[in-house]
Design a protein around this ligand. Structure first.
Ligand code: NAD
Length: 256
């Protein structure tokens, strides 16, 4: 049976690279994202690799939209083998100025949405006796940086959620793992450069050099393809005994 992967936030950045990698392997893909041309982006990849696909413009802030996306997915494909909870947002501010609505949006998109999608797909994965859940956390799921209270809390929370569902999934051949990227040059990072310039009163080059890449031993942005390869490996039959873990792909940031 052709394998199916649902990837949230897959019309940009890391999610898009993961989708391309899985499409090249022949997976059917459920794309999701808020990019205005998301439908076109998804259609182009599907055409390029000759795969079946579905695009959902579901806004992960809204549980009823998530349930609709999952229902459409199961109606069309009947099963989902791989779920990649990838969509995420960032906001940078000192804690005393951090707006509550930004905190809530980050927790809801980065953490709660992963729970809702997982919960909705869980019975189908249990029934299939197969599931690979891959949560895109961050190096900030393992360590903190100042001015990112909500993001760091959401990404640490996602690792705790990953461990819990790994335990619950083990009897059903459902694995759950987190990937913890360092800095990857995608739109989320481009926006952060602008925010950090204001918070730290620095130039663009100073933010990249002194705030971002200074933490990594390898002073380069991590290529999206490296994250996609890690996800593809975790989705394989051969990775069946890897579960509940967090894999840093962060250029040696955490080695110090
Ligand atoms: P990106 O901005 O390029 O992509 C984010 C995707 O999430 C987009 O498709 C966007 O439309 C989608 N999204 C955001 N809010 C949504 C919502 N409410 N509903 C549905 N979709 C929504 O950023 P990226 O760098 O590719 O980020 C992907 C993931 O990787 C995020 O979870 C991010 O936290 C994580 N991450 C990124 C980096 C990095 O340096 N870029 C590092 C560590 C972790």
């Amino acid at each position: 049976m052709t394998k199916t992967a649902l990837i949230t936030g897959s019309t940009s950045g890391i999610g898009l690279a993961i989708a391309k990698n899985f499409a090249a392997k022949g997976y059917q893909i459920i794309f999701n994202g808020l990019e205005p041309d998301g439908d076109k982006i998804a259609g182009n990849i599907a055409q390029q690799f000759g795969i079946k696909h579905h695009f959902s413009p579901c806004n992960l802030l809204y549980p009823d939209q998530i349930e609709k996306m999952v229902k459409e997915t199961l109606d069309k494909f009947s099963h989902v083998d791989v779920l990649i909870n990838n969509a995420g947002i960032q906001f940078v501010s000192p804690v005393q100025d951090f707006p509550l609505e930004k905190w809530n949006a980050i927790i809801n998109i980065n953490l709660t949405a992963a729970f809702i999608v997982t919960k909705a797909l869980w019975p189908a994965m249990q029934q299939n006796k197969f599931g690979r859940i891959i949560n895109i956390s961050s190096a900030h799921g393992l360590v903190a940086s100042e001015f990112k209270s909500a993001y760091v809390a959401s990404k640490h929370g996602l690792i705790g959620f990953t461990k819990t569902i790994a335990l619950e999934g083990a009897p059903y051949n459902i694995t759950a793992n987190a990937i913890c990227p360092g800095y990857v040059h995608t739109p989320i990072v481009e926006n952060q450069i602008n925010d950090q310039m204001k918070v730290h009163n620095m130039t663009r080059e100073e933010v990249i050099e002194k705030i971002m890449l200074s933490k990594q031993a390898i002073k380069e942005f991590i290529p999206v393809e490296t994250i996609a390869l890690t996800a593809a490996f975790l989705a394989t039959e051969e990775a069946a005994c890897i579960t509940g873990t967090s894999i840093p792909v962060e250029g040696g940031w955490l080695a110090q």
